[in-house]
Design a protein around this ligand. Structure first.
Ligand SMILES: Nc1ncnc2c1ncn2[C@@H]1O[C@H](COP(=O)(O)OP(=O)(O)OP(=O)(O)O)[C@@H](O)[C@H]1O
Length: 925
């Protein structure tokens, strides 16, 4: 089930994580209370530090009319103070102004810092910039500012040590010319007590630590890659770019080791020029990236992005920016009188919005006992004993193709790859994914919208006012309270006028907001926020849960990260109009799996009839089969999944478990033993995730087969660890049939073109009012009402980096039986097509090829058949490429020469896949 830090009550009773400070997503009372709680939790020194500025602010507020406290202004105030401080100290330290104030400031600065006082204005401007750009709990400001203070202290101390006089004495003039009081405090005593060299080393180390704090670098990110490089020393040499063909380096999507990676027909290789170089440089890049990424993060997002190779498809919101004009249209600066008015009217707004935390409080993890079947008794002992007694069962087990032993391949897959066990598999570092800006709780655009709403109410004489808002990444929900005796319809009827006033056609009105006596007006933000996949995966919630099937969904309208456990969905339907963000979601989901799951934990079957959407994942070790692009093969793969599921059930039944999770736990605990005498190895089953990027194509080729496979999988697959994600851009009843809907309980609806489509997906309207580009309604199983989310975004460069990282570690181990099953199916189709006419068709082929005369009447005469039958035989020969198309009354062209007769006959009988391959086979023999 979804886990998000909102209060969505989950009717199935599954876990729902609450926000750090509160339990309900409801409004102002909650957030006001949270504010009190938060301020009472402040430490004593913090209160003491802020006592003076707060008292000053309070006095000013009282003097100018007693307005309520707006914390957004306190941040602005600090920024301005820093700027003014920087200006003052630059006058005294750089321009040496000679006024009394200038001299006084210089005395203060040089006494405190000594020579480094010249960098004081820079440090203040830097702190000003940092506070302006980053704010909130996740901003990292405390680390950075603490780091800068430490660095300045270290520099002052080093200067003091270097200039410390031999005799132990304090001389203020000397101290001012060295590291100031700050440096003297510890520097000189250390130099006198320890020697200058050792004291300097200590402060150099402290300076390095300070730099690490500023650049957000951790020791392990420096040491681990170096250690890794040492371990891989030899391999790196082997894979060095020079003198090594691309074949030796298996991440290349076509050649891997000595083998050729069997990409599905039509799967583009997703390479571009210089790609080989990129791949072979990867281990080196990993180290560089981790250093630079952190450094860039601390300096801004634009540089952060620049480190990744850029693709056209990397840019989210392209069209949104254009359509909504956010790039062109400047927000009007509200005039001062209106601004005052707004401040009063919406005074509660910042109190509401600033308290929406990004990080959830952690709930106690699910206990082992919650997992079904794992109780205090030891069920495995009984199963093992039963297995001992069931020698006969085991034998039949061995012989029967549908029995678990036959199915031992996936169980052994951990060790099947010769080189796999020697190299531990490493998950990609989350540093490969871009960091976004901290969530903005309030922007200028929100103020403009509130102003527009208030004036609309005023114009139409409706006694209503905006009392708060919750800003999400793409949409803000404004909370409107009505005066007593005012009908709700008065506001809902204004929908079009509101849309006009805020210049957006996508206004959604919720009346009331669930759980509140207030109306919610959802209006798209002109300054939308991109929800980066990396941020969702780095959220506390996602990091504390090591479930490999946990996937990022995005952020809800309150700015909380939303993640989902695919095992609890257990199947998901993703639908929406073209360009609405489905493929981007599927990419985020698959990248989540690549980032969090090892191949032995999750295996994938990817169906991509559009051929380009999922090709980036070709060759990853999680794949169970090459990416399937042919809808017919996809239908057969689904049938294979049904068989796999049945086989897993047989296994679970045999060993006495109800869920594959329990079975896996027992295997890991060494409590499951293969029956005596059997040579099978017991290993945990990986989850199997089947992703179909376009359902409509599958339904067109084999509606009944696909429907019945999906029905069977969805009914049973949960316990077997098999999960489906079906995406479609045609949410019509012929694609998303009643049968499919009934079996896929979780839905994710992106913008649809009509309310009918929305009903098909969600059984409710609403998706037609979404604004596209990742804006979605998420309805996980068990939840009564959908939650609005902005889907997580992962760029193509990020996907490539993550995928390259895993491909360099392991080859995919494809299951041959999926391919074989598809081939068998093809053969069956060929034979079905010919039916009872095989003998006559072979005779006809022989006649036509030996005589090189493709005439229907000749077949009529020689085979003694009627015209219609001879015509059918000729059509069958044409379909197999033996004769050309009909040329009216003329005989058809014969395309096969007499020496190829035997190959042609073998091909007709379905023994070979083509006539040329038959020739090759013959030559080979
Ligand atoms: N979560 C998101 N955040 C930001 N922008 C997004 C997001 N999702 C999609 N977009 C924008 O919308 C564009 C279209 O998205 P996407 O290709 O996923 O749509 P789609 O529904 O799969 O379309 P189609 O069915 O035609 O393949 C993207 O190129 C991107 O610019």
């Amino acid at each position: 089930m979804t886990r998000k830090n909102t209060s969505d009550k989950n009717s199935s009773g599954s876990r729902s994580r609450k926000s750090a400070a509160g339990t309900s997503s409801s409004g102002s009372s909650r957030t006001r209370t949270e504010h009190n709680v938060e301020s009472s939790a402040e430490s004593g020194w913090y209160k003491a530090l802020l006592w003076l500025p707060r008292a000053l602010g309070k006095t000013i507020r009282v003097l100018i009319g007693g307005e309520r406290y707006d914390p957004a202004y306190s941040k602005d105030g600090v920024c301005f103070l820093l700027l003014i401080g920087a200006l003052l100290f630059s006058a005294s330290e750089w321009f040496h102004v000679q006024g009394a104030l200038g001299k006084g400031l210089h005395i203060v600065a040089s006494t405190l810092l000594g020579l480094p006082s010249v960098i004081l204005p820079v440090a203040l401007i830097w702190a000003f910039w940092r506070l302006l750009v980053y704010s909130g709990k996740d901003s990292g400001n405390a680390h950075s500012i603490g780091g800068v203070c430490l660095l300045v202290w270290s520099v002052c101390s080093i200067l003091d040590i270097l200039k410390a006089p031999a005799e132990h004495r304090f001389d203020l003039e000397h101290v001012r010319q060295a590291g100031g009081m700050l440096g003297f405090a510890v520097g000189s005593p250390l130099a006198w007590g320890l020697s200058k060299v050792f004291a300097t080393i200590i402060f150099v180390l402290l300076a390095i630590f300070a730099l690490m704090l500023i650049l957000e670098i951790h020791m392990d990110s420096v040491v681990a890659p170096v250690a890794q490089r040492f371990e891989k020393g030899h391999e790196t040499v082997v894979h060095s770019p020079e003198g090594t063909s691309e074949d030796e380096f298996f991440p290349n999507e076509i050649h891997m080791g000595g083998d050729t990676l069997a990409l599905a027909a039509g799967v583009p290789t997703h390479t571009d020029e210089g790609r080989e170089e990129t791949n072979s440089a990867l281990p080196k890049r990993g180290l560089k990236r981790s250093w630079f990424q952190r450094m860039f993060h601390s300096r801004g997002k634009s540089q952060d992005k620049a480190k990744l190779e850029h693709y056209e498809a990397d840019d989210p919101f392209d069209r949104a920016a254009y359509i909504q004009g956010s790039g062109d249209r400047r927000e009007e600066q509200p005039d001062s009188s209106l601004r005052m008015h707004n401040v009063e009217e919406t005074a509660v707004v910042p109190a509401l919005s600033q308290l929406v935390p990004n990080e959830p409080v952690n709930e106690a993890p699910v206990t082992e006992a919650e997992l079904s079947g794992v109780g205090s008794q030891d069920p495995w002992a009984a199963a093992a004993a039963a297995a001992q007694q069931l020698g006969q069962v085991q034998e039949s087990h061995d012989s029967s193709p549908s029995q678990p032993v036959e199915h031992s391949e996936p169980l052994e897959e951990n060790t099947a790859n010769g080189d796999a066990p020697s190299k531990p598999y490493m998950l990609p570092s989350s540093d490969l994914l871009v960091r976004g800006k901290p969530h903005a709780a309030r922007t200028q655009a929100n103020d403009s919208v509130i102003k527009a709403l208030q004036s609309t109410f005023k114009q139409f004489d409706v006694d209503a006012r905006v009392v708060g808002f919750l800003r999400g990444p793409s949409v803000t929900q404004y909370e409107v309270e009505l005066g007593s005796g005012v009908k709700v319809e008065k506001v809902t009827n204004l929908q079009r006028n509101i849309a006009y006033a805020v210049a957006s056609s996508d206004v959604r009105i919720l009346s009331p907001i669930p759980g509140k006596s207030a109306i919610g007006i959802e209006i798209p933000n002109v300054d939308r926020e991109i929800v980066h996949l990396g941020d969702v995966l780095r959220s506390k919630e996602a990091q504390q849960d090591d479930n490999p099937m946990l996937t990022a969904v995005g952020k809800d309208v309150e700015g909380h990260y939303v993640t989902a456990d695919l095992t609890k969905m257990p199947h998901l339907l993703v639908a929406g109009a073209t360009g609405s963000g489905k493929s981007s979601f599927v990419n985020s989901m698959l990248t989540s799996v690549v980032m969090r799951a090892k191949p032995e934990q999750v295996r994938l079957i990817l169906v991509d009839p559009k051929r380009v959407e999922l090709s980036a994942y070709a060759g990853i070790p999680h794949l169970l089969t090459p990416i399937i692009t042919d809808p017919k093969k996809a239908a057969q793969a689904l049938e294979w999944v049904v068989k796999e599921m049945d086989a897993r059930y047989d296994d679970l039944q045999f060993f006495g478990f109800r869920h594959v999770k329990d079975f896996n736990q027992a295997v890991r605990a060494g409590k499951v033993h293969a029956p005596a005498g059997s040579n099978r190895k017991v290993a945990p089953y990986p989850y199997l995730l089947v992703v179909v990027d376009e359902m409509a194509d599958l339904m067109m080729v084999a509606k009944n087969d696909v429907e019945s496979s999906i029905q069977r999988i969805t009914q049973l697959a949960r316990a077997a660890g098999v999960h489906l994600v079906l995406a479609t851009q045609r949410p019509s009843v012929d694609v998303v049939t009643g049968l499919i809907k009934a079996n896929i309980p979780s839905r994710l609806a992106f913008a649809t073109s009509s309310s009918t489509d929305s009903r098909v997906i969600l059984d409710a309207t609403g998706a037609e009012t979404l604004i596209g580009q990742g804006d979605a309604l998420f309805l996980p199983m068990g939840q009564a009402k959908p939650t609005r989310v902005q889907g997580a975004w992962v760029s193509e460069s990020e996907i490539r980096n993550a995928v390259d990282f895993v491909r360099t570690q392991r080859k995919p181990e494809y299951r041959q039986d999926i391919e074989q099953m598809a081939k068998k199916e093809e053969k069956r189709e060929i034979l079905d097509d010919i039916g009872d006419d095989m003998d006559e068709l072979l005779q006809a082929a022989e006649l036509v090829i030996t005589t090189q005369f493709g005439s229907t009447s000749m077949l009529q005469r020689k085979l003694r058949v009627g015209f219609a039958r001879a015509g059918r035989l000729m059509d069958l020969l044409e379909s197999r490429g033996i004769v050309g198309p009909s040329e009216g009354s003329k005989a058809r062209q014969v395309l096969i020469q007499p020496p190829q007769l035997q190959e042609a006959l073998a091909f007709i009988r379905g023994e070979t896949s083509s006539i040329s391959s038959a020739q090759e086979d013959t030559q080979g023999n």
